[in-house]
Design a protein around this ligand. Structure first.
Ligand SMILES: [Zn+2]
Length: 242
């Protein structure tokens, strides 16, 4: 219980650090990152500028012109919820760090994909590289799990979603994201990976039906798939942990 509370608090702080990244990358494909406030400072500055990581208040408003950049408290609460789910699973060691890494970047990707229907490369690639490095560290420490199975599931998930992307059912960003999600699930078990896939499609189908029933969407509407992948992964990791 104490570890869950601590993880939730760390999630709130990590979510605050994530906010400028979400604001910067939540732009339509082909547009440069919003590394300055588009309302009061529309001139683009170099991507390496420290402005990228300038803290933004939880109100989600620009400190200069008070223009709305992001919904209030959204990154903080999303990350805190993701961290609480990871803590509830009770994983330990480098495998736990890999799960928190997925939870942090997953929270950012979930918000960005929901807003602009894309999964930016800097986050999906950081998720893949970081997860594989952390699971390699877990393997070196002889933690319970299999690095070989993690690599096989990562490759299979990436390959499967690349085929889906070619068929046009999901995007290429989903395929890149599936590599890190597959790795962390595969480290645990084959069952976790299969369960995550089932949960992802159940969540996606439920959301699609709800959108149609509430007449917010129509049959040709596209639905951001990344959030379902991330929630399905965290859910499967939690269910199979006990
Ligand atoms: Zn501004």
């Amino acid at each position: 219980m104490l570890s869950q509370l601590l993880a939730t608090l760390v999630g709130l702080v990590a979510g605050a650090a994530l906010r400028p990244v979400v604001v910067a990358l939540a732009v339509p494909a082909g547009q440069p990152p919003h590394i300055t406030c588009p309302a009061c400072s529309p001139q683009p500055v170099p991507a390496v500028s420290p402005h990228v990581l300038r803290p933004l208040p939880p109100s989600g408003r620009c400190p200069n012109c008070r223009g709305r950049l992001c919904a209030p408290w959204l990154p903080e609460l999303t990350t805190a919820a993701a961290f609480a789910v990871v803590a509830a699973g009770g994983a330990v060691g480098w495998y736990a760090v890999a799960q928190y890494w997925i939870a942090l970047l997953g929270a950012g990707l979930l918000l960005i994909d929901s807003a602009v229907q894309r999964l930016p490369n800097p986050l999906t690639l950081a998720a893949a590289v970081g997860t594989l490095a952390l699971l390699t560290a877990a393997s070196a420490r002889h933690e319970a799990g299999s690095l070989l199975r993690a690599a096989v599931v990562a490759a299979a998930a990436g390959g499967l979603f690349t085929v889906f992307a070619v068929l046009g059912t999901t995007g290429l960003g989903d395929a890149k994201l599936a590599i890190s999600l597959g790795a962390v699930l595969g480290w645990h078990s084959w069952q976790a990976a299969v369960l995550a896939l089932v949960l992802t499609y159940l969540l996606g189908a439920t959301a699609a039906v709800l959108l149609l029933l509430t007449q917010r969407g129509h049959r040709k509407s596209t639905l951001a798939f990344g959030p379902f992948l991330i929630i399905g992964t965290l859910g499967a990791a939690l269910i199979t942990s006990s």
